[in-house]
Design a protein around this ligand. Structure first.
Ligand code: ADP
Length: 478
């Protein structure tokens, strides 16, 4: 089976968030399931600088405001099509924003073009690559299923939601420039509250929809989690699937990780103490017998950082220590710096984005706190599981699907991998921290949770098997 993946970022070529990790991690895992994936993404300057532009397989004299070419190449383990449209993508800045961080005003045109190119490939633009199925990701690629639908191309489409908070909503005035038939401006197509909704259109017209965890798939059908799209998603519940993301288990392997002070495995946990000592040094924590909690996160309201800030004193009073690595909202950055100043030797804060310290924290902390208000999938709990940093998480989205709470039944059965709490407020976060500290001081229990987590399958292979089953079902139903 051949699949075209249409996506606006792909790790390691270009990344702004978890979407890139999925776009980069899934194709090699699908290949192991016998599914050949080609990925279409924009020819952003850093991508071309890294891997070259490839060979032109098609040229459009005029494509959304200028000439464009479709280029093809294989690089870094991926089969790629690059949409080379200099008037849309050859500019400084990030994939969606300029150097000052402002969204590009023509993002609608840029990603309508990407989606149109995907639909063109679906209907045979490249003679020797006709996909059996098209997989589009997030609002940036969400018009692909719409174009394919209105073209009457007989290829099933899957749209994956990585975060429903980003919907690609624009003024109705752009509609005539999208290249869709007039009939598409309706409640059955792209029309959304009087404007144009890219994600809305894709959710309406894709053959099937997936999101990145089963619990998030439930939550987005409620008024609290649906962000205005709960009605549409509820109507399509029969084709809505939740598939948890995997992680790159080679880059994140405690037995080989070059960023760790000492490498370890589930059968040899002793070297972990060396990493713990390195965390203490790095974050200015005084050594003692209590647990080290870490927070490794964007510092935002979604991630529950206001609740964390209000819980720090309690965590310290219970004998815990806290190592924070993150950046984001300046208010939370400031408050977490203040918390470190108020608790010298007990709380350490590093503001910034640092891959190396992130690995060290996962390899040396005892528990990772994730008090997110919503979390489509979440990755840091998966790294925590793999590295024996016990996840202490809110019961939401992918956190609820990937961690087994250490309740009495799970402890008796020996299957617990972390601790879970709800709702996200100060009293419940305090309570779960108290539970964690108590369990930590029962070394048999803590080691059992830690080992069980390290044995959990967090690889892409498990996820890819689910995507492959869905893809096969859709192709054979056609
Ligand atoms: P989200 O995509 O919502 O930010 P995820 O848990 O899905 O949350 O993914 C976050 C990713 O970013 C993880 O790989 C995590 O290790 C990484 N990360 C977050 N903050 C930092 C930081 N300050 N330094 C290094 N890595 C970070």
């Amino acid at each position: 089976m051949r699949v075209l993946s249409v996506v606006s970022e792909l790790h390691p070529l270009i990344k702004t968030g978890g979407l890139a990790d999925v776009a980069g991690g899934l194709p090699p895992a699908l290949a192991r399931q016998g599914i050949e994936v080609h990925s279409l993404l924009p020819a952003y300057p850093p991508v071309v600088a890294r891997i070259g532009a490839g060979e032109a397989v098609h040229r459009w004299p005029e494509f959304y405001g200028g000439p464009a070419a479709l280029r093809r190449l294989a690089a870094e383990g991926h089969q790629l099509f690059l949409l080379d449209a200099p008037h849309l993508f050859d500019r400084p800045g990030r994939p969606y924003s300029d150097e000052a961080g402002h969204d590009f005003p023509d993002n609608w045109r840029r990603f309508a073009a990407l989606s149109r190119a995907g639909a063109d490939i679906a209907r045979g633009l490249v003679t020797d690559f006709r996909p059996d199925l098209v997989h589009a990701h997030d609002w940036q690629a969400a018009l692909t299923p719409a174009f394919i639908h209105y073209d009457n191309t007989p290829v099933p489409t899957v749209l994956t939601i990585h975060n429903l908070a980003f919907q690609g909503q624009f003024d109705a005035a752009i509609f005539p420039s999208l290249g869709l038939p007039e009939a598409a401006f309706s409640i059955h197509g792209v029309e959304y509250y009087g404007g144009v909704g890219f994600l809305k259109a894709g959710l309406k017209l894709a053959t099937a929809i997936t999101t990145v965890s089963p619990t998030y798939a439930d939550e987005i059908r409620t008024p609290e989690g649906g962000m205005g799209l709960e009605g549409l998603l509820s109507d399509r519940v029969d084709v809505l699937h939740g598939i948890v993301n995997g992680i790159d288990t080679e880059a994140w392997n405690p037995a080989t990780d070059p960023y760790l002070a000492a490498r370890f495995s589930v059968d040899d946990l002793a070297p972990r103490a060396v990493n713990r000592r390195a965390v203490e040094e790095r974050f200015g924590l005084v050594p003692d017998a209590g647990p080290i909690f870490t927070v490794l996160s964007r510092l935002t309201w979604q991630k529950g950082m206001d609740v964390l800030v209000a819980t720090v004193d309690h965590l310290v009073s219970l004998g815990g220590r806290l190592a924070v690595l993150g950046s984001g909202d300046p208010l939370f950055e400031h408050e977490l710096r203040l918390a470190a100043a108020a608790h010298p030797g007990r709380v350490g804060t590093i503001i910034g984005y640092d891959e190396e310290i992130a690995h060290l924290l996962q390899g040396g902390a005892d528990a990772i706190l994730i008090p997110s208000r919503f979390e489509p999938c979440g990755l840091t709990q998966l790294y925590g599981l793999r590295y024996g940093t016990v996840p202490v998480v809110a019961r939401t989205g992918g956190l609820a699907d990937t961690v087994i709470d250490a309740n009495v039944a799970a402890m008796t059965a020996g299957v617990a991998t972390g601790l879970m709490f709800a709702p996200v407020d100060v009293s419940h976060l305090r309570k779960v921290i108290r539970r964690a500290v108590n369990l930590y001081h029962q070394p048999g229990c803590w080691t059992s949770i830690r080992r069980q987590g390290m044995k959990a399958d967090v690889s892409w292979d498990r996820s890819a098997a689910e995507y492959a089953a869905l893809f096969r079902e859709l192709v054979s139903a056609r």
